[in-house]
Design a protein around this ligand. Structure first.
Ligand SMILES: [Ca+2]
Length: 385
């Protein structure tokens, strides 16, 4: 019973849910207003990290609108953009006309949700030797950028590295669809998500105008998430930064911008420099709290959770905000965790506590590896001298 309750509240992993996560459909009810303006989650892991475990039966196929209906939807979109944002009608119509309806985008979006992957399996997808080693190598190659961005935004460098590691395998898997096609397909030919993706297409066209992007060549995921951190257009416009001051926010080719944008997203979401993120907890035999909702709403405090019977170590004061969560352990039971304010920030990137904990643990593992590598390199250096 408990497992079912947790299961429903946990975002399942998978590319088909990128956009679902983006509007919180698979998650617990929307959290109440956070102290800082809460940005929408950016994206979910890249398709490549999806386990092949489609266990749920396929939902009935969504009928694709007729060519005439698609043409009418395109025309209405152009009308709206001309009226609201002063686009040149002929130019915009020509652009939207170039958007192709891509069946594989619809198929990916409408395929059955991967079954809810329990934590002990989910963790193994991300915490692999290969990904940890690649992360340490990436950090070594981009050490100057990573350290200066971490310093400037006050965000832990290992979290910045971990996010691009989870999202795009350190920038190597940023998506192969034309963003224009992906968004137009979902806006005009996939009615269940048309409102959301029409809005993202609007944001994308505005973004292209502002950033002088070629809207016909920009690539992204099947749901239009872009760059190393997989920002959907609305997040790109709001949170991406031009970290190297070259007048352009380029999340595909410019590591300063890509890493700076992830760091900025964390900063805007309320990351507190140097503060703890999460601790594993046990429950005393006298535990008398409610089962965790895994909502990460920070409705509790360090003190209230200890009072309920959670046992965990932290230097944070008793009144520090905290939220308990429970994840499926390898054996039949649960692991209990207490997330603090900085953990909540990671869940702004993706609302799943599993995503946040995997990203955190990947960051810790990469940091340990990177520091060991650096120490060996320094020792070799001093031996040479
Ligand atoms: Ca730039």
């Amino acid at each position: 019973m408990t497992a079912m309750r947790f299961g429903r509240r946990i975002v399942v992993l998978g590319c088909s849910l990128l956009a679902l996560a983006a509007v919180g459909q698979e998650t617990a009810p929307a959290p109440p207003a956070a102290p800082t303006p809460a940005p929408p989650p950016v994206a979910t892991p890249a398709p490549t990290s999806t386990p092949a475990t489609a266990a749920t039966p396929a939902p009935p196929p969504v009928p694709v609108p007729t060519a005439a209906a698609i043409a009418a939807a395109k025309a209405a979109f152009v009308d709206k953009m001309v009226e609201q944002h002063d686009f040149d009608r002929a130019e915009l119509a020509a652009l939207i006309d170039k958007a192709e309806i891509v069946q594989s985008v619809i198929d990916t979006m409408s395929k059955p949700a991967e079954r809810v992957v329990p934590w002990f399996q989910y963790r193994k997808i991300f915490l692999t030797e290969e990904r940890i080693a690649a992360g340490a190598q990436f950090w070594t190659e981009h050490a100057k950028d990573i350290e200066s961005i971490a310093q400037r935004y006050g965000v832990a460098p290992e979290m910045i590295v971990a996010i691009v590691g989870v999202e795009t395998y350190f920038g190597t898997r940023m998506g192969k669809y034309r963003v224009l096609d992906a968004l137009a397909t979902l806006a005009f030919a996939y009615p269940p998500r048309a409102a959301f993706f029409s809005s993202e297409l609007e944001q994308f066209v505005l973004l292209a105008r502002e950033e002088h992007l070629d809207a016909t060549t920009a690539l992204g995921s099947y749901a239009g998430a872009m760059g190393a951190g997989q920002f959907i257009p609305s997040s790109f416009r709001r949170y991406a930064v031009d970290a190297d001051d070259d007048g352009k926010r380029d999340l595909w080719n410019d590591w300063d911008d890509a890493l700076g944008s992830v760091a900025n997203y964390f900063k805007v979401s309320g990351w507190q420099t140097g503060k703890p993120v999460v601790e594993q907890a046990s429950r005393s035999p006298k535990f008398q709290g409610p089962e965790p909702r895994n909502s990460m709403d920070l409705n509790d405090t360090v003190g209230s959770l200890r009072h309920q019977g959670y046992v965990f170590t932290t230097d944070l004061p008793l009144d520090a905000p905290a939220a308990p969560f429970a994840l499926e352990a390898d054996s039949d039971g649960f692991e209990y965790w207490v997330g603090f304010s900085n953990f909540h920030v990671i869940t702004r990137y993706n609302r799943s506590p599993k995503y946040a904990l995997a990203a955190y643990q990947l960051g810790q593992a990469i940091r340990t590896r990177y520091e060991a590598k650096t120490a060996v390199a320094n020792e070799a250096g001093s031996a040479d001298r």
